[in-house]
Design a protein around this ligand. Structure first.
Ligand SMILES: Nc1ncnc2c1ncn2[C@@H]1O[C@H](COP(=O)(O)OP(=O)(O)OP(=O)(O)O)[C@@H](O)[C@H]1O
Ligand SMILES: [Mg+2]
Length: 205
């Protein structure tokens, strides 16, 4: 991606701290003078709104392949309507979740990872994708009440295993998220600042 825009993704199981850290990073980066867009998947678009409602239902899950297709559909809208326009305006986009979530959450119910990757081929690769790594027993403990169909520790253990596989394949950078918030935030901020500086050096003033 040319220009000064940066696309950053935070991934991690439920309760790993994605939203908490994105809020902090956006505030810090704005204070440093950068324009930041905070966003998340499922998106606020139509399919995303359906998926948010769906995740709260206690009914039986859809076939995992249908879930994967729906998340990819929402992602198409998200990339087209939110991510790309912000990057064209040279903004820093930080998203909670992206196609790695599809691989981890639908992969954990047995959907073929290559198939998921293939259907998400349209989705541009982020400049930085971080895994906020934590064990489900700790992250679920942080959440005051269960909010989605995915919050089950046996299931989330499988989700985490796929995230770790993606770390080992170089797709995600692991940050230990079971440390005090401020320590995690400091580490994330310096990773991003390094990226911003490198980008500035490359694209000039
Ligand atoms: N490093 C940390 N130490 C202690 N508590 C934390 C830490 N990071 C986040 N938390 C707390 O854990 C809870 C869950 O965090 P948050 O809602 O940001 O997670 P999330 O990854 O966005 O979860 P979800 O995927 O369910 O939306 C919050 O109450 C948050 O304050
Ligand atoms: Mg969240």
């Amino acid at each position: 991606m040319a220009g000064k825009g940066l696309f950053i993704v935070l991934e991690g199981i439920d309760g790993s701290g994605k939203d908490t850290h994105i809020k902090f990073l956006a505030k810090e980066l704005r204070e440093l003078g950068y324009a930041v867009v905070e966003t998340a998947e499922p998106s606020r678009d139509r399919v995303g709104t359906f998926l948010k409602r769906y995740a709260k239902r206690k009914e039986e899950r859809l076939p995992a392949e249908s879930e994967a297709l729906l998340y990819a559909s929402d992602r198409f809208d998200h990339v087209k309507n939110v991510i790309k326009p912000a990057l064209r305006r040279d903004q820093i986009v930080i998203s909670a979740r992206y196609y790695y979530s599809s691989m981890a959450y639908q992969g954990a119910v047995g959907v073929d990872l290559d198939w998921i990757k293939e259907m998400n081929r349209f989705a541009l690769k982020p400049d930085l994708a971080v895994l906020l790594d934590i064990l489900p027993e700790y992250s679920l403990h942080r959440l005051k009440r269960r909010r989605s169909i995915y919050e089950d520790s046996d299931y989330l253990r499988k989700v985490r295993d796929i995230y770790i596989k993606l770390v080992n394949e170089g797709e995600l950078v692991k940050v230990d998220a079971d440390r005090p918030k401020r320590v995690v935030q400091g580490e994330l901020l310096s990773m991003i600042q390094e990226l911003v500086e490198r980008r500035n050096a490359k694209s000039g003033p």
